[in-house]
Design a protein around this ligand. Structure first.
Ligand code: SF4
Ligand code: SF4
Length: 377
């Protein structure tokens, strides 16, 4: 799971914050904290999605290298959230494996909200029940992304191998419940987004997925091409050229349906990565983003080698502030234009989500008021 462009909305960032980021990019050092920070909870998930880099039964699992006892507990979380607020951070994103397996999740959302930070949760949705649905609405969680990866019940178990069609139906009923509670309590929060990672098992139902958004009253969606994390996953699940062609036709129809129902669709597709432009796009994550994994290691993005030696350090041993302004982080920022140097620091630099986020950030940074000092053209 990953952050995607629609969350990086320019109104949220504010003039002062953006100006400081821009000054940082010009001088290659940070003057303000990251815009968004992903904070891991527990190394745990109740699913085994077919394309999961951690738990898929196909190919090598990243999870084999992780200590299952690792946990960003409430004290560590509370301290880092306070620090981030002081640094100017705007959004906490709770998105590591399955957040609802963490019994502290609701309290963590509450802490972020009390600290005046926006909070986003990305989940498979299966552990949402009547009780926590109501809490999410009461707490006015800002965004709830449910990775449903299917448009209809029959397809759901082909992706989520441990699950049945009934799980799909239950998740849909919980989405409808949240929408009902929002109406009753006269709030628009949490704003829900449904997402689908497209592979050769679900590629035929993109339009159905958009219809599902409409049926559940969801106004935001993400359609994302699977990025295989191993050769075995690629061999088993990658789309063929014919399937890609079919998708492009279906996508056009799906976008018409979305427009008719006023559903916003974010698309993360791999095509753009083949172009030289995409490869050469600067990466701004070093100024705007940070990822604290379940063990407390800080990474400049979600797609960096999880080896502690590649990390910027650990918040259990040092403050986030020290790590953010450290020499190592500065080195990472210096390499923002060079894909080769970033890859040497353990980053994959091949994800469509990076491309779309960097494009979005580029636009934010080049809004009219900043044009007199344009940079990067
Ligand atoms: S829900 Fe997420 S973490 Fe869990 S198996 Fe699926 S992709 Fe992996
Ligand atoms: S993977 Fe590369 S391009 Fe993507 S955020 Fe990390 S450093 Fe930037």
């Amino acid at each position: 799971m990953s952050l995607s462009a629609s969350f990086l909305d320019s109104k949220n960032a504010g003039f002062l914050y953006k100006s400081k980021v821009f000054a940082g990019i010009l001088s290659k050092k940070a003057f303000v904290g990251p815009y968004v920070v992903v904070i891991g909870g527990k190394y745990n998930c109740n699913y085994k999605c077919v394309f999961c880099e951690w738990f898929s039964s196909i190919g090598k699992k990243l999870g084999e290298e992780i200590n299952a006892d690792c946990y960003v507990n409430l004290d560590v979380y509370r301290n880092v959230v306070r620090e981030l607020r002081g640094l100017g951070t705007k959004i906490i994103l709770i998105d590591y494996l399955e957040p609802f397996t963490d019994s502290d999740l609701i309290e963590k959302i509450e802490i972020a909200k009390q600290t005046n930070l926006k909070c986003i949760v990305i989940t498979n949705g299966s552990l949402i029940d009547e009780q926590n649905a109501e809490k999410l609405v009461n707490l006015k969680l800002d965004y709830l992304n449910i990775s449903i990866n299917a448009g209809k019940a029959e397809t759901y178990p082909l992706i989520h191998l441990t699950e049945t069609e009934q799980t799909f139906e239950r998740i849909v009923s919980m989405i409808k419940l949240i929408q009902k509670l929002k109406k009753q309590k006269r709030t628009i929060f949490p704003q829900i987004r449904l997402s689908i990672v497209v592979c050769n098992r679900n590629y035929q139902e993109i339009e159905r997925f958009v219809e599902l958004c409409n049926e559940t009253g969801v106004k935001n969606s993400l359609i994302k091409k699977m990025v295989p994390t191993s050769k075995e996953i690629a061999d088993e699940l990658d789309l063929t050229c014919e399937q890609e062609k079919e998708i492009k036709e279906n996508l056009a129809q799906a976008l018409k349906t979305a427009k008719k129902h006023k559903i916003n669709v974010d698309i993360e597709w791999g095509d753009s990565l083949d172009s030289k432009n995409a490869q050469n796009l600067p990466c701004y994550y070093g100024w705007l983003f940070s990822f604290v994994d379940v063990s407390g290691y800080v990474h400049p993005c979600c797609f960096q080698d999880r080896d502690p030696n590649c990390s910027m350090g650990n918040i259990r041993e040092d403050s986030f502030t020290n790590l953010w302004f450290s020499e190592k982080y500065r080195d990472f920022r210096k390499n923002y234009r060079s894909i080769d140097k970033r890859r040497k620091m353990g980053c994959q630099c091949n994800h469509p989500s990076c491309f779309s986020n960097n494009q979005q950030i580029y636009k934010i940074l080049h809004e009219s008021y900043l044009l007199p000092i344009t940079y990067g053209k």
